[in-house]
Ligand binder design. Structure first.
Ligand code: NAD
Ligand code: UD1
Length: 338
């Protein structure tokens, strides 16, 4: 049985990935400082899988605390989710983002080197592509980062590229996620944003559950089928399973690999809204608002490379995503808070 250390494993994507890893009989160790998650997640993981993973509540930036995990466990691979991810906040407090995202990563890599752990999966983002000239977006498209959050992702990607070049025994996967939404079908784990959500799916869910009045649709005058922005939404369980597949690849001594994880299907804001309405069984109020600064019109992945090299194929469509988001939201109107 291989042991996988999951940093940020109590968070949205991390918790779903932990469940998929346990389903595939991995031994999982979680490290998280709970800066954007709840300790309740551990109980929920246990309810779903009947296994409570070993959990260390610590900050990955603190090398002395983090070292204990490497001393006490024989680790075969690491999936690094820990980091801050709110684009708007990163613009306001860039130092907080550079500090947490870069230092946590550098600390992790130093410990992996010291304890000879040679397999790493890193959560990057499609945000590194910025505004693409064309869609679908392939992995070799140019980098066009436009915000601090994206720059932290690109800097870490660069570190991984340099490090793997200098260390031929090191295997690393850079995964560029498109727009993860949805929740585990049990309704026990899901996305639990702090405060008013910035992203579309959690905003719609909170309107549907009555916590927010109506959705603001940011622009209906884009050059798209219905005038609203088009994105590549991917079910978080499909995304989580992609991590399991990529670990199999790393364990063949793959060296450095980079994949988009998306569906290849573009959905508009109205497509998403209507999928939620179908899932809830009632209409969800909205109003058209001005475009949001920095938004692009259309953005979706070419998932071909992940399909060819990993066999990665998504199972869930936009309705499944809406249904599972709604199931999570209606059963947990206040997220993990009682
Ligand atoms: P999340 O905030 O739900 O999870 C991140 C977890 O990391 C949280 O539980 C938080 O408490 C923890 N954490 C943060 N800094 C830490 C530190 N220094 N030490 C220990 N734990 C720390 O976010 P998520 O949506 O699950 O995203 C996971 C990763 O995927 C992030 O790196 C994010 O940038 C990346 N990503 C997310 C999306 C998305 O839409 N959710 C898209 C692309 C990439
Ligand atoms: C955002 C981030 C991106 C990050 C991604 C993770 C920005 C500018 N970009 O992408 O870096 O990787 O989340 O999921 O924050 N929309 C509305 N009303 C809302 C919210 C969103 O109409 O209340 C629209 C947006 O204009 C966009 C679509 O919904 O067309 C998706 O928006 P969102 O969920 O915020 O994701 P992205 O902007 O794609």
């Amino acid at each position: 049985m291989k042991t996988i250390l999951v940093t940020g494993g109590m968070g949205y994507i991390g918790s779903h990935t932990v469940v998929e890893l346990i389903n595939k009989k991995y031994n999982v160790i979680i490290v998280d400082n709970l800066s954007n998650s709840s300790v309740e997640v551990l109980n929920r993981i246990e309810k779903i899988t009947s296994i409570k993973p070993k959990f260390y509540e610590l900050d990955c930036c603190n090398i002395n605390d983090f070292k204990k995990v490497f001393i006490e466990n024989k680790i075969d691979g690491v999936i690094h989710f820990a980091g801050y991810k709110a684009v708007g906040e990163g613009e306001k407090v860039p130092l907080k983002y550079y500090d947490n995202n870069l230092i946590s990563f550098i600390t992790l890599l130093k410990l992996m080197e010291e304890y000879k752990v040679n397999n790493l999966v890193f959560s990057s983002s499609a945000t590194v592509y910025g505004q693409p000239d064309t869609n679908p977006i392939k992995e070799d498209f140019p980098f066009r980062v436009v915000n601090t959050y994206g720059r932290t992702k690109l800097m870490i990607e660069d570190m991984i590229r340099d490090y793997t070049k200098a260390n031929p025994n090191f295997n690393a996967a850079i995964l560029r996620y498109f727009n993860p939404i949805g929740a585990h079908s049990s309704g026990l784990i899901g996305e639990d944003p702090n405060g008013i959500p910035n992203n579309l799916a959690p905003y719609i869910s909170q309107v549907a559950v009555g916590k927010l009045e109506k959705l603001g649709v940011f622009g209906n005058d884009y050059d798209t089928k219905d005038g609203t922005g088009v994105r590549d939404y991917i079910h978080v369980v499909d995304l989580a399973y992609g991590h399991v597949l990529v670990l199999d690849k790393l364990f063949t001594n793959s060296g450095l690999v980079t994949y988009n994880l998306g569906t290849g299907v573009g959905c508009s804001v109205f497509d998403v809204l209507h999928a939620f309405e179908k899932a809830c069984g009632f209409t969800i109020p909205y109003e058209i608002k001005p475009r949001r600064a920095g938004d692009v019109a259309i953005y979706y992945a070419s998932p071909e490379k992940a399909y060819k090299e990993l066999g990665f194929k998504t199972k869930y469509d936009i309705f499944d995503m809406a249904k599972d988001s709604w199931n999570w939201q209606k059963n947990n109107p206040n997220g993990y808070k009682k």
